[in-house]
Write a new protein. Structure first.
Length: 272
């Protein structure tokens, strides 16, 4: 019934109790979950989860906050994305929240990494899972410059403004809401969620982080995506089952392979 469109089951707190996590998912009627990759080093574990469990799927990508890790080429990302259990490229994007004394200009490496991911997504014909924090302007600009609208994707764990949501939708992206939607101080986010078209909404946990009300303070897990659905239902004055049906259908429509694989885009692989 429910689908968790973004979780990190490969991380500590969840990976060591995957069987229990899956059992609690089943009890909560959470039928599927997308396991998100944040480094190439982590990818074998994420892929194994998807290969071993028929209701789990995987992505491949390097989170913008990941430093000192392997930097994949476009070709490497495309090769890993060809695995039948890999549905998307990401989590990728830009994050200027933790500059650690650096300037935005110093984050050119992050922007180049993001561009490689967008190029790989276009070649693989798979959507993007986008992370953006304090970097919305550059995130949107790169997506537009690199032609990301060709494959689309999702702005995950959305916490940005009304204007950013509208720009993302115009680019053909979906908006995914996490447990933050249920937080007491998140009225501005609820105002955005109220008008985002239901057919462009997804729900997620981003577990093990951001457990929703009434699970605050606990290790988040996919079973708790039900509470995100409840929060979105309240915002939109709809039934929880309608939210579940719509977001599950949106997940299926977005994350299935939508373009045939290609060996290259003109001049792109040579320039990376």
């Amino acid at each position: 019934m429910f689908v968790d469109s973004h979780c990190h089951l490969s991380l500590e707190g969840l990976i060591e109790r995957v069987d229990a996590v899956l059992a609690e998912m089943a009890e909560a009627r959470v039928e599927r979950a997308l396991c998100i990759c944040t480094t190439i080093e982590e990818f074998p574990v994420v892929r194994e989860l998807a290969q071993t469990h028929s209701n789990l799927w995987a992505t491949v990508g390097v989170h913008p906050d990941s430093e000192g890790v392997h930097e994949p080429s476009v070709e490497e990302l495309v090769e890993r994305a060809s695995h039948p259990r890999v549905l998307a490229i990401g989590e990728t994007g830009l994050d200027y929240y933790r500059l650690a004394g650096r300037s935005i200009e110093d984050m050119a490496w992050q922007r180049e990494r993001f561009r490689r991911h967008v190029r790989a997504a276009r070649i693989a014909g798979k959507p993007l899972v986008v992370h953006t924090r304090d970097a919305a302007h550059d995130t949107l600009a790169i997506l537009e410059e690199e032609g990301a609208g060709e494959v689309g994707g999702v702005f995950h764990c959305f916490t940005e403004t009304d204007a950013v949501a509208r720009a993302a939708l115009e680019l053909g992206f979906h908006i995914s809401f996490s447990g933050i939607l249920s937080f007491k101080n998140a009225q501005a986010l609820r105002d955005v969620a109220a008008w985002v078209p239901l057919e462009r909404c997804l729900i997620e946990t981003d577990s093990p982080y951001l457990a929703p009300v009434p699970r605050r303070g606990k290790v988040n897990q996919p079973a708790y995506v039900v509470h995100v659905a409840e929060a979105l239902a309240r915002v939109k004055n709809l039934g929880v089952e309608e939210i579940a049906r719509a977001t599950s259908a949106n997940f299926d429509r977005l994350f299935r392979p939508r373009l045939p694989p290609r060996t290259r885009l003109a001049g792109e692989l040579e320039s990376t």
